[in-house]
Ligand binder design. Structure first.
Ligand code: NAP
Length: 464
């Protein structure tokens, strides 16, 4: 179940927002000059609803006296609204009396600074003793592993046959907003649109429903995801969740914002089935794995992990992703290639080209890095100040031209003649380099095509 927080300042605006939602959490602390009449008008909104009047010291906007707040909550219960939220720090006798009424009572507790295991366990016990209909515990995630504390709490509540809402706030807690219902939580919250979040890390209801298919997730759902930092700009979650849905596979793909890859693997190994790995963890992940494929070892980077039994195995699909895209245009064997850049992407692509029998020149801003990579690949190298190019294919592997600096290109347009031009950048899809190449009648390959190819390879590895 997904509840949509309505954070309107007027009754009319709340009514308007509610029309676009199913179950709503009416955050009455956002309503200006809240009184009994407004409460009645709001309760008359036909959606199923949770009534919440969050105090300022509990992270809300309500600043008036506590007695009035309790009166309003009691009135909501008397009017038979489906759910009423009352904070665990509210007077215990008040909570007990509300529990006796017609509505289902959610006793909630928030920590906006951290997720503290001991504090959460004690809070759960304390709320459980009151025997409310629903226990809600929400805490701020400072690390991705904080989500595991909330996941354990949900599992405990399920075992105790208690209804629970358990979530982590913040960017690192985003995964809990997707995965907690699959673990047995009663519901998650999704904002109506970006900018209308009632708590940090909230995802839109549209994404929860239509991308992550939250309503269909259950205890058998396989969990996959991207490990990196940053991860928010990656489009992999769209590709992978769409593939799972199309092929009717009970699986979900989420973004894991990870600082410490060792800690992440230790904590999450038992719940994940496969991973994509991006910067800055493509190399450091290797130490955490039981096996690494020979290709990934040669490239010295892993971008794909699959769990087989209890073993984690690493692969690199960047190389295949690029080679497939190139071979759709030209056969690599005996052709001449120039690669701009000498980083991780350059190495993966260069390795793939060499393996297929192409010949290579590496051009890089830092000559020493070009020299080192060229030495490993037994190929030529140079700096970026070249005046002439006679190759079959040019590939940019630097971030020059990536959004927001889309007016930049790593190479002079005049040099782009009679060749295939590829860019690994996928934001924007058509970079200045590719536009220049098209203007000079070159065939082009976008980074998006490589990205989709490598994602498809990952998909096949995971589900083999
Ligand atoms: P990396 O290891 O950090 O290497 C970056 C390379 O870009 C280096 O050679 C660096 O040169 C060069 N560079 C950076 N800024 C430059 C500038 N202003 N002028 C000239 N050269 C510059 O990064 P990476 O892992 O190879 O990733 C590079 C790009 O590939 C990223 O944008 C990434 O998103 C993209 N990528 C795309 C896919 C895909 O599927 N489409 C897959 C993997 C990566 P120096 O050595 O001089 O610093």
């Amino acid at each position: 179940m997904i509840a949509v927080p309505i954070i309107a300042s007027s009754v009319e605006e709340a009514k308007k927002q509610a029309r676009k939602a199913g179950l709503i959490e009416l955050r009455l602390d956002y309503i200006q000059n809240l009184n009994e009449k407004k409460l009645e008008q709001l309760i008359a909104i036909p959606n199923k609803k949770i009534i919440t009047i969050r105090r300022k010291d509990e992270g809300g906007k309500y600043k008036l006296d506590e007695k009035k707040r309790i009166e309003l909550l009691r009135k909501a219960v008397d009017l038979g609204v489906e759910y009423v939220d009352v904070e665990a720090r509210t007077n215990e006798n008040v909570i007990k009396s509300l529990i006796k009424g017609k509505s289902k009572i959610i006793v909630s507790w928030h920590n906006f600074k951290r997720t503290d295991k001991k504090q959460i366990q004690e809070t759960y016990k304390k709320i459980k003793r009151l025997n409310p209909d629903i226990i809600k515990i929400v805490a701020f995630a400072n690390t991705i592993n904080d989500n595991l504390i909330i996941f354990d709490l949900i599992k405990k509540a399920v075992k105790d046959k208690k209804k629970i809402i358990g979530l982590c706030m913040g960017e690192k807690g985003e995964i809990s907003r997707i995965l907690s219902p699959a673990l047995g939580a009663l519901l998650t919250f999704g904002s109506l649109e970006e900018g209308k979040e009632s708590a940090s890390g909230q995802i839109t209801v549209d994404k929860l429903k239509n991308v992550y298919k939250v309503d269909k997730l259950n205890s058998k759902t396989k969990i996959f995801g991207l490990v990196g930092n940053p991860v928010s700009k990656s489009k992999g979650y769209l590709i992978h969740n769409n593939m799972f849905d199309k092929r009717r596979i009970n699986a979900v793909y989420v973004n894991f914002l990870v600082d410490d890859v060792g800690g992440f693997v230790n904590g999450f190994k038992s719940i994940i089935n496969g991973l994509s790995i991006t910067m800055p963890h493509k190399k450091t992940i290797m130490k955490q794995l039981d096996k690494v494929s020979s290709t990934a070892k040669q490239i010295d980077a892993v971008n794909t992990v699959v769990k087989k039994g209890n073993q984690l195995i690493g692969y690199n699909t960047d190389s295949v992703g690029a080679v497939k895209a190139i071979e759709k245009r030209i056969k690599i064997k005996n052709k001449d290639f120039v690669i701009i850049g000498a980083g991780g992407a350059a190495k993966a692509i260069a390795f793939g080209i060499k393996k297929k029998g192409g010949s290579l020149i590496i051009l890089n801003r830092t000559l020493e890095k070009a020299r080192l990579l060229a030495k490993q690949l037994h190929c030529a190298y140079d700096g970026l100040n070249i005046t002439h190019l006679n190759v079959d294919c040019l590939i940019n592997t630097t971030s020059v031209g990536m959004a927001p600096k889309t007016s930049k290109s790593p190479i002079d347009k005049k040099l782009l003649k009679g060749m295939v031009v590829m860019d690994v950048i996928y934001n924007p899809k058509y970079t200045k380099l590719l536009k220049d190449a098209q203007a000079n009648r070159c065939k082009v390959i976008s980074g998006e095509e490589m990205f989709v190819n490598q994602a498809m390879e990952q998909f096949n590895i995971w589900l083999k």
